[in-house]
Design a binder for this molecule. Sequence first.
Ligand SMILES: *Cc1c(COP(=O)(O)O)cnc(C)c1O
Length: 400
Amino acid sequence: MNIKKLKEAEIKFGNPLYVYDLSIIENQFKELKNGFQNIKNFKINFAAKSLSNISILKFMKRLGTGLDTVSIEEVKIGLICGFNNEDITFTPNGVSFNEIEEAYNLKVKINLDSLESIKDFSKKFSSYPISIRVNPNILSGGNKNVSVGHDESKFGIPQDYLDEIAEMDNKKNIIIEGIHIHTGSDIVELDNFQEAFKKIFLVAKKFKNVKILNFGGGLKIPYFKGDSKTNILSLSNSIKKLINDNSFVIENNLKIILEPGKFLVGESGYFLTKVNYVKKTPNKLFIQLNSGFNHFIRPTFYDSFHEIINITNPNDKKYEYDVVGYICEQDNFALKRKISNVRKGDILCFKNAGAYCSSMSSNYNSRIKPAEVCIWENKLIKIKEREDLNNILNGQIDIF
Ligand SMILES: *Cc1c(COP(=O)(O)O)cnc(C)c1O
């Protein structure tokens, strides 16, 4: 963490501010790529929803990733950024058939996750190969913390329907070219995920046209000193082992895909914001920030932990604070957090603010969204303007 550079960014571009260090993204990409170099036909699709700024997407393209998209808008943005159609996978959940049809017209890879949408698709486009997202239906009720693709999840095709889809595939009513599982959890305990990975191979055997095995995302990054992270080598070894046990993967030259979001961009991001006041109450010190869950919702929404550094005064005596936002709702960023002596006007930095932070921000309370910059080759480059009131008023219709 380059405090000097972050301070410089805040002075130059104001706050609140998102800063992304592209060298960190590049290093994460390399770690993943190197970790999987013993797996043939390995491909990384970046999950666009985690950080969807076009300069970030183009940077991913330069690195050599494809794109995992979940809305037709993300598909279109991916195309605008220059990704090839076949490098974009559209994995919608519960969207209208019109949206799937649009993706078909744009000739991107389509990954469907319900029998209902597959049936609709087969009626119109039976010769266009698609992937299916399978609900691994494991660990249900097992581990509370890792409730991956359990049988009550809205995601994925239930196992019970796979034979029916295989039958459609046999009769050429549909062509299934890919099997996909995305558990959505932070992968730490590989033993648990091994089961889900095994399922991919088991399911793939049911379909004769399979060319792609997609293991989804969900790789974990550490949020504090000593926190766990996905061990990339163990992950690739466990997949490699399954490939070795399933000769059809090599024989048919199957593509192996991972689609991480958080792993690639999470640690690259810093969210900077100013201390409006340090408010004293009889038994607490509140840090009142120039931001709220409108800009940075993960702590409120997911109870997620983000390290907070006082970059104006990093090495002073630490005190315990409740760090709160300015939204007229309970938007706590952190409770009982020890931070180096915080004064009015200091700049605080939230770490791991790359994934699902800016991309989940909103205009709630009619607040404008922050500017965004990246650090690239030691330069600070703006990649998103700070909004102004026009962004809030645009599109509203005044009928009086
Ligand atoms: C969100 C998402 C991902 C990325 O998940 P991370 O936890 O950010 O790695 C991958 N695949 C699909 C289908 C997703 O919806």
